[in-house]
Write a new protein. Structure first.
Length: 245
């Protein structure tokens, strides 16, 4: 009897231990699966984050490329136009919003001011134009369309442009008797017009002059651009130098 009971106890213990081992194995499997799942989740997160960042970088890069392209379009338009262009004109022709055109053209203007180049982007009213810096105008204008123009003619032409309409008699007082020959040359070149006024002539610049030097065709706008380029004090100083020669 005792042996039977002992056998039963041994069987019970064996079954119990076996049961515990099975449960432990199950827990190990579950824990293992849980770790594996967490690892997969972490891997997924790791893999997903760079994709999101990459997509964002690509989007920002694309926007920057489009912005730079539009900026170059505006710069190129100002270069080839040879005249002042408004924000509205640029917006319509280039199919860029007015807001973006205004932002980009202001950026360009500051870019050119920061550069050590002969070019600037000047604003006259609501229009913008690419121009030669004032300190280089006289020298480089010798190579403008129509051939080289001697400096003496350019100086007389500058006085006419700034003071137009100006009587030839006053021009002679400012530039000396050589102005008679200067006026004849400038008339032959089609850069000025002369209208009879009593015993003298009234002189003004022509559209050809405006186109040659990249200036507005409207006389008052032309003066504003020249004054803006040179500064009032510089214009006065320049005229004094011209008068002395």
């Amino acid at each position: 009897m005792k042996n039977n009971n002992q056998n039963n106890d041994d069987d019970f213990e064996d079954n119990y231990i076996e049961k515990l081992e099975e449960e432990n194995d199950i827990q190990k499997i579950e824990i293992g699966n849980e770790h594996e799942g967490n690892s997969k989740d972490q891997d997924l997160n790791k893999n997903s984050e760079p994709v999101e960042e990459s997509d964002l970088d690509k989007e920002q890069l694309l926007k920057r490329q489009i912005r730079d392209f539009n900026k170059n379009l505006i710069e190129g338009s100002l270069y080839v136009a040879g005249k002042a262009l408004s924000i509205e004109e640029l917006s319509i022709e280039l199919e860029i919003s007015k807001k973006e055109v205004e932002e980009l053209i202001n950026e360009l203007a500051f870019d050119y001011l920061d550069r050590s180049t002969a070019l600037i982007i000047a604003q006259t009213g609501d229009k913008y134009q690419m121009q030669i810096r004032p300190e280089y105008t006289e020298k480089v204008s010798k190579f403008a369309k129509g051939g080289a123009i001697a400096e003496k003619y350019l100086r007389t032409l500058t006085v006419i442009a700034l003071k137009q309409p100006i009587l030839k008699s006053l021009l002679v007082k400012i530039r000396g008797t050589g102005a008679y020959e200067h006026v004849k040359y400038l008339l032959d070149q089609g850069l000025i017009d002369a209208v009879k006024k009593g015993r003298t002539h009234e002189l003004t610049t022509t559209e050809k002059y405006a186109e040659m030097f990249g200036l507005p065709k409207n006389r008052e706008d032309m003066k504003q651009v020249m004054v803006a380029q040179l500064g009032l004090e510089e214009v006065s100083s320049r005229n004094r130098e011209i008068e002395k020669e």
